[in-house]
Design a protein around this ligand. Structure first.
Ligand SMILES: CC(C)(COP(=O)(O)OP(=O)(O)OC[C@H]1O[C@@H](n2cnc3c(N)ncnc32)[C@H](O)[C@@H]1OP(=O)(O)O)[C@@H](O)C(=O)NCCC(=O)NCCS
Length: 174
């Protein structure tokens, strides 16, 4: 497996494949949370993330197998999000290596903490979210914020199909 940050000069075809992977994966992992279209991102938005040097991708045998967005929130805090692994290649360590890559890159950039966000339905258990909550715990992430999504992001509330909580997890990178 090879993991690399996509250069701002990345080909449009690669950006389209990453966008497709993220949307395919999120259609399943956010099933039942949103009304209407479940697209997590668009080629335009992804092009902006790539131009900002925020998208790392994993290749296995030359094929795109996963991706993650890595951001810097402030001098001391990095964040990863839009983590996605090819459904045909789950359980091979692609997700774990992408998280490791994001943490290493943030540490190298001088960050002391890593953050991630998780959306969970309040009234029922979503298997993908349950898996993520347990896995992030095993990786050392702890919940530092929990609120009604409608309170934190009122403009998103009308698009929800079910009440959701918005969680922030943090981990000390030291
Ligand atoms: C989250 C995700 C990227 C993980 O990708 P992956 O490449 O399958 O994950 P890995 O192979 O690195 O395994 C991650 C962990 O899950 C465990 N795991 C993997 N497959 C498993 C399975 N079938 N059953 C139980 N545990 C499993 C691994 O043991 C590992 O745990 P560990 O690090 O404690 O050993 C992938 O499931 C995904 O794309 N999910 C949907 C998108 C999503 O929800 N993204 C996060 C938004 S915040």
């Amino acid at each position: 497996m090879e993991i690399e940050l996509l250069p701002p000069s990345a080909e449009a075809a690669v950006i389209e494949r990453v966008t497709g992977l993220v949307n395919q994966v999120y259609a399943e992992s956010e099933k039942g949370l949103w009304q209407g279209s479940t697209d997590r991102t668009s080629v335009d938005e992804m092009t902006g993330f790539v131009a900002a040097g925020e998208i790392a991708v994993a290749f296995v045998g030359g094929d795109l197998a996963g991706s993650v967005r890595i951001q810097r929130l402030d001098d001391a805090t990095g964040e990863f999000g839009m983590l996605a692994a090819d459904p045909a290649r789950r359980g091979l360590g692609i997700g774990r290596e992408l998280v490791r890559f994001a943490e290493r890159a943030s540490r190298a950039a001088g960050c002391r903490e890593m953050q991630l966000e998780l959306l969970v339905p309040r009234a029922w258990t979503h298997p993908s979210k349950q898996f993520l909550a347990e896995w992030y715990g095993r990786l050392g992430y702890r919940v530092t914020h929990r609120a009604d999504l409608a309170e934190d992001y009122p403009h998103l509330a009308p698009s929800l199909a079910t009440p959701c909580d918005f969680l922030i997890y943090r981990k000390d990178l030291g």
